[in-house]
Design a protein. Structure first.
Length: 356
């Protein structure tokens, strides 16, 4: 099982500039590369300060010049916000800039707030059709001349300019339902999943959906990968309460997520106050004590034990989700502890070979 870093600039007030936040993102990425991480993932979100990432590709292109081995993943682009020709060309350009290190994750989108502003109010629940049409079109454009006459997009003969360096840029699908797992496997894509606030039983359920999809498609001869993305924080073994700041920070993250996902209030300058704790009375999954158990929070020994279970399930990649509302120094300390005391317990795969 290999490791990756999932990261954004996250701002909850204007006390730290965007410039400093980006410098911090670069530093954590370089730390992850030095620690043997396979990939850095950056997603796409619009007009919300708590995930500052209107386009992952310029950030990844910059990181290409600041790194040498770590792969560069758009994790994920939101399919309804992209044209296939633009997506194919921009990802291929990233692949050229990085000498063959690009990876592409695609999702249908989740925040109605974003769809109201970027996609003309299209229901976010309709984004799956865009995702399922975008992925094969992008792959065909990477291969050569291709004309498309779909339900969402139509265009005459076109091609990706430039072409990727890799024979095949790895494509990942953000999946949760059995149908999305099945689509990913049937279309030669890898799968990325997140159990969010649920426990490891949810990881087992998601892996089972993945395995069922593989069993249903014996014609797919090259086994895809599955990545599990989870909020992660490692603290020293001699800090019995070291888990609490992380659990409370992740609780604030999910309270902020709830405010944006609810789409009830108008943000000011890109900020929304987190939903009040009182809103979650009676919902144990939001408590710090529950998040201590469900998020990947613990001492190195505790984290190793849980990751061993993921590895035994067949998880190909574990992604260290760094978004947690904590300070840069806290994030850096946790990531370094993970690198020093967790990573050495897992065999390092030839993480770059699969796409060459």
């Amino acid at each position: 099982m290999r490791f990756s870093l999932f990261i954004h600039m996250e701002r909850y007030d204007d006390s730290i500039s965007h410039e400093e936040h980006f410098e911090n993102l670069v530093e954590l990425t370089q730390l992850a590369e030095a620690g043997g991480f396979s990939t850095v993932w950056i997603g796409e979100h619009h007009s919300m300060e708590y995930t500052v990432s209107p386009n992952p590709l310029p950030q990844l292109a910059y990181l290409a010049a600041k790194t040498s081995t770590i792969r560069l993943g758009a994790g994920t682009i939101i399919a309804p916000f992209w044209n296939p020709i633009r997506a194919a060309g921009e990802v291929a350009l990233l692949d050229v800039i990085s000498n063959g290190r690009a990876e592409l994750g695609v999702a249908r989108g989740a925040y109605q707030f974003e769809f109201d502003r970027v996609a003309g109010g299209l229901p976010a629940t309709d984004g799956g059709q865009h995702m399922q049409e975008l992925i094969p079109a992008v792959k065909k454009l990477w291969e050569g001349d291709y004309a498309h006459d779909g339900e969402v997009w139509q265009f005459p003969t076109s091609t990706s300019v430039p072409k990727p360096v890799q024979k095949q840029v790895p494509v990942w699908v953000a999946a949760r339902s059995p149908e999305s797992h099945d689509y990913a496997v049937a279309n030669g894509c890898h799968v990325m999943v997140t159990p969010l606030m649920k426990g490891d039983e949810e990881v087992e359920s998601l892996v089972q959906k993945f395995e069922t999809a593989i069993a249903n498609h014996p014609e797919v001869t090259q086994r895809p990968d599955i990545m599990v993305l989870r909020h992660t924080y490692v603290h020293a073994a001699d800090e019995p309460e070291g888990w609490r700041p992380a659990a409370e920070g992740i609780q604030k993250f999910y309270r902020t997520f709830d405010a944006w996902f609810g789409n009830k209030n108008v943000p000011e300058a890109g900020f929304l106050e987190p939903s009040p704790i009182e809103k979650f009375a009676g919902r144990d999954e939001f408590t710090p004590e529950s998040l201590h158990k469900t998020a990947m929070i613990g001492t190195p020994a505790e984290v190793i034990e849980r990751l061993r279970r993921y590895e035994a399930l067949g998880v190909s990649e574990y992604s260290f989700w760094s978004d947690n509302t904590l300070s840069h120094e806290q994030k850096k300390q946790s990531l370094q502890l993970f690198i020093n005391e967790v990573v050495p317990h897992f065999a390092r795969d030839e993480v770059h070979a699969k796409a060459k």
